[in-house]
Write a protein that binds this ligand. Structure first.
Ligand code: GUN
Length: 297
């Protein structure tokens, strides 16, 4: 079978064009959406992600505030900054890049965010809204990106068996809630599997759609996937590669070369889910801006 390679860059560019138009129309009404991104420490991957979020904001005409704090920042200092950003009217969305250094209690930082500005969708109030199917909340960006990729390629979700491998709040658990909800681009039958799941291959082989979000390079192989399945690979893993200038390359949680020939459609890494996450962050920030300014249409 010749698989469709799902082009995340293309779908993300189209989503960002929609966001750009929304920002222009808000600007005509005297409002500029703003996003604050907080980076604590100097993890190179986190720095790269934060840099690309800032560039995307600037490119769209969004107000962007980058706050870089040293690796030895205290919990108190970080909470002080969150308070400031919660009160800053230029800032409609706040994102604290994860993972923070070990002295930081990340859950406490997330709880300190104003839920109305929590464009990551990690605050308990937003997690509850997702579970309650209350559309005023914020859904985490990566699950939103996966859903949008499926709809962009007309892959039916309603009634489909979706097996999500990985139970993180950021991806697995939230994507499960999103796709099992009642409504459009949802109504799926969802199974959440994880590292302790017994006979994982038997479960993933029963899936119409497999989402890999377990954070282990090439974890899913051809034995896990049935002929004609759709595979969404959320993994971004660095593996050593001395032939590359950087000394590493990025691979997904799926062994793409082994799995792709069996699939109806599959996302590559990079260029699949990754670009969608930033696009959905921008969408969430515009939604936050509309809610906070009362321009909610
Ligand atoms: N680190 C990796 N992905 C994410 C994300 O979606 N949000 C935040 N805040 N940090 C991340």
């Amino acid at each position: 079978m010749e698989p469709t390679i799902i082009d995340g860059k293309k779908v993300a560019a189209s989503a960002l064009n929609d966001v750009r138009a929304e920002i222009a129309s808000l600007s005509n009404r005297g409002v500029q959406p703003g996003l604050a991104v907080v980076l604590v420490g100097d993890d190179p991957a986190s720095r790269a992600y934060v840099g690309s979020k800032e560039r995307t904001c600037n490119d769209l005409g969004m107000f962007s505030l980058k706050k870089e704090l040293p690796a030895d920042t205290t919990q108190e200092a970080l909470l002080g900054l969150i308070d400031e950003l919660n009160d800053d009217p230029r800032v409609h969305g706040i994102l604290v890049q994860s993972p923070p250094p070990p002295q930081i209690d990340e859950a406490a930082v997330v709880r300190a965010l104003d839920p109305a500005k929590d464009v990551d969708g990690f605050h308990p109030a937003n997690v509850a809204k997702l579970a309650l199917e209350d559309a005023t909340g914020f859904v985490p960006c990566t699950p939103l990106g996966c859903q949008r990729l499926l709809t962009a390629y007309d892959i039916p979700i309603e009634g489909a068996h979706v097996v999500v491998v990985g139970r993180s709040l950021i991806v697995g658990k939230s994507l499960g809630l999103l796709l099992m909800a009642k409504g459009e681009a949802a109504n799926a039958t969802v199974t959440i599997a994880h590292s302790r799941t017994r006979d994982l291959a038997a479960i993933t082989r029963s899936a119409d759609i497999v989402v890999a979000a377990i954070g282990r390079p090439h974890f899913l192989t051809e034995t896990h996937i049935r002929e004609g399945a759709v595979v969404i690979d959320v993994g971004i893993n660095r593996v050593e590669d001395t032939s590359k200038k950087k000394g590493y390359r990025l691979v997904g949680d799926v062994d793409f070369d082994a799995v792709a020939p069996k699939c109806q459609a599959i996302t590559p890494v990079p260029g699949g889910v990754g670009p969608m996450t930033i696009a959905m962050l921008m969408m969430n920030t515009v939604k936050a801006c509309r809610q906070q300014t009362g321009l909610d249409s």
